[in-house]
Write a protein that binds this ligand. Sequence first.
Ligand SMILES: C=C(O[C@@H]1C=C(C(=O)O)C=C[C@H]1O)C(=O)O
Length: 183
Amino acid sequence: MSQTLPASPAWLATDRLDPAPSACQLDWLNEQGSLTLRLTTLAAGAFAVEPLAEGWQTLRDDECAVLGVPAGSEGWVREVYLLGHGRPWVFARSVAARSALQRHPFALDRLGSTSLGHLLFRDPAFSRQPIEACRYPAALLPVAVRSDGLWGRRSLFCQGPLGVLVAEVFLPALWQADATPHT
Ligand SMILES: C=C(O[C@@H]1C=C(C(=O)O)C=C[C@H]1O)C(=O)O
């Protein structure tokens, strides 16, 4: 029996999404600044990063394509929840190719509950490529937050030949929080 592979996200420029997200969702999808900073503001400081899984894995084909490495390449994978008031608001998966990290060390594996954003937005040498978005395949989410049709985005942060691909999936609890700011 053939093994069914998890769906691969269909990433598109955010102005090509059809049907289009709501204006609020598009505003978040297109956020050019640090998501950590924006979430911290929305949470009035009650923000945290919860690491879920970290380690060397075979990267997905769509990740290898963006990182410019052969399909089936290994890389460091960091999956986290970004929490507001202790609730998961965003699921994030950040990856970098082993071949690039061996040449250009980057503390992706030593962050723990420190936000990756502090590294990427601190050093001006990191440039961000255009943001893409998709309805993120539920099968690629942690079971606890698995749901069809959630909006996800990804962008590649580059520092010379080092690329860090960051994907963020916006969870329903964020839309509730954004609609009703915490009192
Ligand atoms: C890129 C950023 O870093 C955030 C922090 C992450 C982490 O700590 O793993 C992952 C995704 C990002 O939303 C950011 O703050 O914009």
